[in-house]
Design a protein around this ligand. Structure first.
Ligand code: AP5
Length: 258
């Protein structure tokens, strides 16, 4: 499932010794961020825009699982994880933490990182803090996107993704140029299995249970930055960058790449 573009994330997708072609943009200091928020709030969409603006690398745990769905013989552990994901449930902390540990080199990426979908529980957040401390990496901020539930359901039910490169579209707000075909790689656009109504409900419930303790965890030491996710993707991006720059002067936390 490797993408044929300059943001090849080989190490993130494959773990182990895989090497990326990712070329970090020239910034004073790389940006290290986490995106939190309910399913469908627009984390993946913002991640793409933020990476473009900050020159950093998009690390999504959901993308790792979706890439693994294409494997002919996934390991029994991975198969169990994919079944949980299809039902809309969270994958076990143990498996997800092991998966991130295998890819911990990405946390030292010269271009910085933007974690999307990890951590999702306090246990995962604690494990991440331990990994970052071990590597001497400081987290800049945790962006928490917020949106009313009705708007989230609209975003999820209209979402289409490219089966090949994972690019995200929406039938109404972000359609592809040719119906059903990815603008970026000409792959086929599909509806995610977990975007069916029954799975959406399970995901929203799982999120309600895990979100509050997680936002409390990051709010306690001032790392949380709440961002309203209403409006167009570009408006949300602007709000995110304003929030980040208000926390740290330009040039200290990821000066935008021009
Ligand atoms: P994951 O892939 O992380 O999914 P998610 O968190 O449920 O988030 P989504 O990808 O559904 O939504 P999003 O917020 O990225 O929204 P998007 O930008 O696509 O995880 C999937 C599953 O993997 C989990 O359920 C779990 O099983 C497992 N998993 C992953 N990580 C795990 C972990 N750490 N622990 C345990 N299990 C884990 O946008 C949605 C739609 O809205 C798109 O169509 C988009 O075009 C549109 N849109 C976006 N922004 C706007 C806007 N501003 N205005 C209008 N439309 C917009």
């Amino acid at each position: 499932m490797m993408m044929d573009n300059p943001r090849d994330r080989a190490h993130w997708f494959q773990g182990g010794d895989a090497r990326c072609d990712f070329t970090p943009a020239l910034v004073d200091r790389p940006c290290q961020l986490i995106l939190l928020g309910p399913p469908g709030v627009g984390k993946g969409t913002q991640a793409e825009l933020l990476c473009e603006a900050l020159g950093t690398c998009h690390l999504s745990t959901g993308d790792i699982f979706r890439a693994a769905q294409g494997q002919s013989e996934p390991s029994p552990v991975l198969q169990t994880a994919l079944e949980a994901m299809g039902r809309g449930e969270l994958v076990s902390d143990r498996l997800v933490i092991e998966m991130i540990q295998e890819r911990s080199g990405c946390l030292r990426c010269q271009g910085g990182f933007l974690l999307d979908g990890f951590p999702r529980t306090v246990a995962q957040a604690e494990a991440l803090d331990a990994m970052l401390a071990q590597q001497g990496v400081i987290l800049d901020a945790v962006l928490s996107y917020e949106l009313p539930a009705e708007e989230i359901v609209d975003r999820l039910s209209g979402r289409r993704v490219c089966a090949r490169c994972q690019m995200v579209y929406h039938v109404a707000t972000r359609p592809s140029r040719v119906d059903g075909v990815c603008d970026q790689c000409a792959g086929r656009l599909i509806q995610r299995e977990d975007d069916r109504p029954a799975a959406i409900q399970v995901r929203m419930r799982a999120c309600e249970e895990s979100t509050q303790p997680l936002t409390d965890y990051y709010e306690r030491d001032g790392r949380l930055l709440r961002v309203p996710a209403t409006g167009t993707p570009e408006e949300v991006l602007e709000r995110s960058l304003e929030g980040l720059h208000a926390r740290a002067p330009m040039g200290q936390t990821g000066s935008p790449v021009t």
